[in-house]
Design a binder for this molecule. Structure first.
Ligand code: GLP
Length: 261
């Protein structure tokens, strides 16, 4: 996996947005897997700025959701569907019908999960999956000890994740749903390129376990080590637990220009 250490969240966002713009030049209708949370926001902001400046064309792009809360009514401002409409679909001027996601309100949750995996396959698979990381190493909502072969399914959130996400629900943990639908780790690993972004000291332990730890379900993001094309973009604080930081800087400084993101 490639680890790129950037000075701050903004430059990380710009680097990834540039990679997405390049992908869209090669494949205008690329399927972009998008993540929620605070960390990917600089990516979406930088990409929207490229679109405004005529440096990226998202008119044919499609997006796919990574995960969703179960049971939030359609249109709830914190459902990930609503969040992505606000943060990605509208600012990038995407067509609403170019937006795939699991149905968190379905009465038959297993059927909704299977339907989502089928929809991703039918759409040709995800070209680039953007990922954040939870403080416990989760990707999507695959909490510790998720099967590394898992498909899209229901999961129960840890107390830590609900506490982390309470800030989006007026600080009230009781309002954060217990259950979610998430692309499985096996599903995520089918994307052609995985790009994980992590910023801030709070993510340094999870980043070190992901990049330098053993592949182990206790740190779900460590499964990325099994994928042939992974880019991990971290700021100095999130990189602070990496033993091999010096090597990662050296490798990036000497990266052949033709390689791209
Ligand atoms: C949620 C999302 C994850 C995201 C994580 C971290 O749990 N399901 O996809 O990576 O939050 O969020 P943040 O980037 O705000 O720290």
């Amino acid at each position: 996996m490639e680890v790129v250490i950037v000075p701050d969240a903004e430059s990380g966002g710009e680097l990834i947005a540039r990679g997405i713009a390049d992908l869209l030049r090669r494949k205008p209708d690329a399927l972009l897997g998008v993540a929620t949370g605070s960390t990917p926001l600089p990516v979406y902001e930088a990409l929207a700025a490229f679109v405004r400046a005529g440096e990226a064309d998202t008119s044919m792009a499609r997006i796919a959701q990574l995960d969703e809360y179960v049971g939030l009514p359609a249109g709830h401002p914190e459902s990930y569907h609503s969040v992505l409409l606000r943060e990605v679909v509208e600012p990038l001027g995407l067509r609403p019908d170019a937006f795939l996601g699991p149905d968190g309100t379905a009465s038959d949750v297993p059927a909704a999960c299977a339907a989502y995996d089928a929809a991703l396959a039918e759409a040709g698979g995800v070209d680039l999956q953007l990922l954040g990381i939870g403080t416990d190493g989760h990707i999507g909502f695959n909490e510790p000890c998720s099967s590394l072969a898992s498909r899209t399914r229901i999961k129960t959130l840890t107390h830590q994740t609900r506490a982390d996400n309470a800030r989006f629900f007026g600080g009230d943990i009781a309002q954060v749903p217990q259950h979610v639908i998430t692309q499985g780790i096996g599903t995520i690993l089918e994307a052609r390129h995985l790009v994980l972004i992590a910023t801030g000291k709070g993510k340094s332990e999870a980043v070190a376990a992901t990049v330098e730890g053993p592949v182990a379900a206790v740190c779900p993001a460590s499964a990325l080590q099994l994928h042939p094309h992974v880019t991990v973009v971290v700021d100095e604080e999130a990189a602070s637990g990496l033993r091999l930081a010096g090597y990662f800087r050296h490798a990036y400084a000497n990266k052949p220009a033709w390689q791209g993101l």
